[in-house]
Design a protein around this ligand. Structure first.
Ligand code: BG6
Length: 484
């Protein structure tokens, strides 16, 4: 039997994400020959476009964001995949238009991937309306839905959204995106841990002193202040990207690389995180945030957060995981630093501060993707030990200039039905259970730490340094070669 046709339906095709990421990712997969042979892409929006406008939009998107790989010949065949249908998200009548459009263009029974790249307040409408027209039923082919972040605003809204989702789709049809999981180096955490024998025996509280996750951005909120001010760093970054990285670093070995086996282990990590003590948190705004267009007067939205988190299980009990993320910081870097314990007895004089001399494994997520292992070595001609790095850089190791964008992997996995790199409903809810009390505490508790400020271009507020210093640790930045 010939393969069924696959239809990708992009809700919000006129938006930024579709233009910057989704259309270029589809094109890149297309030129690599990875998309299903029989494929159509339907753009959905509320503008009164026709198919030609859709094709033109796709072309502009590629010229702007994928010009280095755009080729005339491939474009001529790629463009034939596109068509457009008008749907006004809050208006149920307009979904019939989509249904008719799909019935018209589909070549017999087809599979459908619905991609919600729309404002989150419309997720519920879109899902319910697909349900009303019976468009989630899998008789004719599979039906899958991809849902972008943010998934909920807090635990309660995430739970109600999950309820709506589950009233129409089975969990096995749902692909919740966290684009950090599509990053090559985030996936590599699993390969590094579970495809090698040397790390796992020491990957625990007996050998590791602390774990640090830094997701620093050099950009400020820019033109996104309107969205950002209602969200803040806890909802925008910590609830999703940082906690996902923590779960990959801390999880137990899964029984297989299968989506549920993997997610069962990840969710256990999130469920084992001890309620965070407000005294172990730092919140801050960069200087000038309050003057940005779109930021409320006297806004108390943090653009930076630093946290100390504990995972109450056998592997990690009482080992601090320090998390920090912020905008307008010194550099853009995402890195996970695993700081090992000191040697039990040091017989060598050290050339540098003792804290810097401990073994450190740095997983450099981005940019300059790779791994560094800091070890001690004898300085030639001296009786001193000094830290040196064993380094792996992706560009050398894999002879590649540019890694595929996260969306390439994620779109492909959704089309192929592999949900391993997508977030399950229980993971989303567990993550909200961790961050909600912190946000709530910051807003309402008398124990909340005061809002700090930090200079743009710095590494954040000094209170975040203090958070580690009181435990006799320091933040490590290994991947940029800028160790303090
Ligand atoms: C998004 C956040 O999820 O991740 C943005 O909403 C942030 O605020 C972005 O800038 C960072 O992603 P990346 O891939 O550039 O590290």
């Amino acid at each position: 039997m010939a393969d069924k046709e696959t239809i990708i339906v992009i809700f919000g095709v006129t938006g930024d994400l579709a233009r910057r990421k989704l259309i270029p990712a589809l094109y890149s997969n297309y030129i690599k020959g990875r998309l299903p042979e029989k494929l159509k892409i339907v753009g959905i929006g509320r503008r009164d476009w026709d198919d030609a406008t859709m094709v033109d939009h796709a072309h502009k998107s590629l010229m702007e964001f994928a010009s280095s790989v755009l080729e005339d010949e491939t474009w001529e065949t790629f463009k034939q995949l596109f068509s457009y249908a008008l749907v006004n998200l809050p208006e149920p009548e307009t979904y019939q238009n989509l249904k008719d459009h799909l019935d018209n263009i589909e070549d017999g029974d087809a599979n459908r991937l619905y991609y919600l790249s729309i404002a989150p307040q419309f997720y519920g409408d879109a899902i319910e309306n697909l349900g009303k027209l019976d468009m989630a039923r899998e008789e004719a082919g599979w039906r899958r839905i991809v849902i972008e972040k943010p998934f909920g605003y807090d635990l309660e809204t995430a739970q109600s959204l999950n309820k709506i989702v589950h009233s129409v789709f089975d969990e096995s049809q749902v692909y919740r995106i966290d684009h950090y999981l599509g990053k090559e180096t985030a996936q590599n955490i699993l390969f590094m841990r579970f495809a090698n024998t040397i790390f796992e025996p020491i990957w625990n509280r007996s050998h590791i002193s602390n774990v640090q996750v830094t997701v620093a951005e050099s950009v400020d909120v820019g033109t996104r202040a309107g969205y950002y001010d209602g969200s803040g760093v806890m909802r925008d970054m910590i609830q999703n990207h940082l906690l996902q990285l923590v779960s990959l670093v801390a999880m137990e070995p899964p029984s297989s690389f299968d989506a549920d086996a993997l997610r069962n282990e990840k969710v256990k990590v999130l469920q084992s995180i001890r309620p965070v003590d407000l005294q172990d948190t730092v919140r801050a705004q960069y200087d000038g945030y309050l003057d940005a267009d779109g930021v409320a007067e006297n806004s108390s939205t943090p653009t930076y957060a630093g946290l100390k988190v504990f995972i109450d299980n056998w592997r990690w009990k009482d080992i601090p995981f320090y998390l920090r993320s912020g905008k307008a910081l010194h550099d853009k870097t995402t890195q996970v630093n695993i700081q090992f314990k000191r040697p039990p007895n040091n017989i060598f004089p050290l050339a540098e501060k003792e804290d810097l001399s401990r073994n450190l494994l740095s997983i450099c997520i981005q940019p300059d993707e790779g791994m560094h292992l800091t070890i001690q070595a004898k300085i030639p001609d001296e009786k001193l030990a000094k830290s040196v790095d064993m380094e792996v850089h992706y560009d050398n190791a894999f002879a590649t200039d540019e890694l595929p964008d996260a969306y390439e992997r994620l779109l492909l996995d959704a089309i192929n039905g592999d949900a391993a790199l997508f977030i399950r409903s229980d993971e989303i809810e567990s993550a909200w259970r961790i961050v909600d009390p912190i946000i709530e505490g910051w807003e309402n508790s008398s124990d909340a730490p005061a809002m700090q400020t930090y200079e743009k271009g710095s590494w954040g507020p000094s209170a975040a340094e203090q958070l580690l210093r009181k435990d006799e640790h320091i933040w490590r930045i290994s991947c940029l070669h800028e160790d303090e």
